[in-house]
Design a binder for this molecule. Structure first.
Ligand code: DAH
Length: 341
């Protein structure tokens, strides 16, 4: 038996396997249930007691040698696999880092607006782009003959004069008020549509962010402070604001807000038409008629609202001169926002 073991031991270093399959076959041949080593173990049982010690030792040496050789072969096969994988690399492929896409400038600015108001405690609200006349106009206190309902401004759904593409995100105000009791503090970003000829300065769709705050003791001062904070966060610490009286059916009093021109710092330039101011949003105290139409008691609650155009703010931040660039998806334009977040 000793001889048999020695012959096997001598052959161990010559064992070869080139792939996982032949290695497994080798393992079964030696270490398997019916393998060579188990055969020897069976034979070992009938070895006379005085030889057991020596033969046992030899058997162990053989077992270890086989295990080590199998491990060696396993490592060799793995290393070859890696080499093959390395050889399979396509050197003509574009080098890393692969170019990443960029966020659309309007998304960048919208996210920034949402971010600022979120920090001031405003939650996000959403509404449909195809909406009914009630939510877009009637609930927002537009009189029956208000020009905004005119065919020239509004896209109507054919054969459904009551269904429109929303012309402003103020429609989300009415939806939120119908479903929530105050305190309400929401901002509603979204796309809006108007029947306009497309040019550098006008488009048939654009984006707005609406804000609404309703509670017991809301005042115009609160509105002014929130808008000032927003303007400074968005355009810089030195930004000044001014509110000019205006008119919107859904607010009373109403105002339009200008910021000190962020291009010339208020000294006057082409951009601000030498006034030092540029308009960025409309706002006001929610008209009691709107509260009542939406099921909120105007004797108990008051609120303010504001609405801004995302394109307008993006133009101010990034000086985009032609509105059409936002929807043409020219990669040369979009690539310029690579470093923005
Ligand atoms: N909806 C107005 C527009 O599209 C913007 C606006 C003005 C929204 C005043 C408001 C507001 O909430 O209070 O031009």
């Amino acid at each position: 038996m000793i001889e048999k073991i020695q012959t096997l031991l001598a052959s161990v270093p010559t064992l070869e396997a080139n792939d996982a399959k032949s290695l497994e076959a080798l393992r079964i041949q030696y270490m398997g249930k019916k393998g060579l080593l188990n055969d020897l173990m069976a034979e070992f049982r009938s070895v006379p007691a005085e030889q057991k010690r020596e033969i046992g030792q030899q058997l162990n040496i053989l077992k270890t040698a086989v295990q080590e050789r199998l491990q060696q072969l396993r490592e060799q096969i793995a290393a070859n696999g890696e080499n093959e994988a390395a050889e399979a690399i396509d050197l003509t492929r574009t080098a890393y880092p692969l170019p990443l896409g960029t966020r659309h400038p309007l998304s960048i600015v919208k996210n920034e607006i949402v971010d600022i108001f979120s920090r001031l405690g405003f939650a996000l609200a959403d509404g449909p782009e195809v909406d009914d006349d009630w939510h877009v106009f009637s609930a927002m206190n537009f009189a029956e003959d208000h020009p905004a309902r005119d065919m020239q401004d509004t896209f109507f759904v054919e054969q459904h004069p009551d269904i429109v593409l929303r012309t402003h995100t103020s429609s989300v105000q009415s939806r939120v008020m119908e479903n929530t009791q105050p305190p309400i503090r929401v901002i509603c970003p979204g796309r809006v549509y108007r029947n306009e000829a497309i040019s550098a300065r006008a488009h048939c769709f654009f984006h707005q962010v609406e804000g609404l705050y309703i509670d017991r003791d809301v005042s115009f001062t609160d509105l002014k402070q929130v808008l000032l904070t927003f303007a400074r966060e968005m355009f810089g610490e030195d930004t000044r604001i001014r509110l000019r009286p205006s008119y919107f059916p859904f607010t009373e009093p109403s105002a339009e807000m200008d910021i000190s021109c962020n291009i010339c710092g208020g000294k006057g330039c082409m951009f601000c038409k030498h006034t030092g101011w540029v308009e960025i949003l409309g706002c006001g105290m929610v008209d009691p008629a709107v509260l009542d139409a939406c099921g909120i008691d105007s004797k108990v609650y008051r609120g303010y609202a504001f609405g801004m155009g995302v394109e307008r703010i993006t133009n101010l931040k990034y000086r985009v001169k032609d509105l059409r660039l936002f929807s043409e998806n020219d990669v040369r334009f979009l690539d310029e926002f690579q470093s923005a977040y």
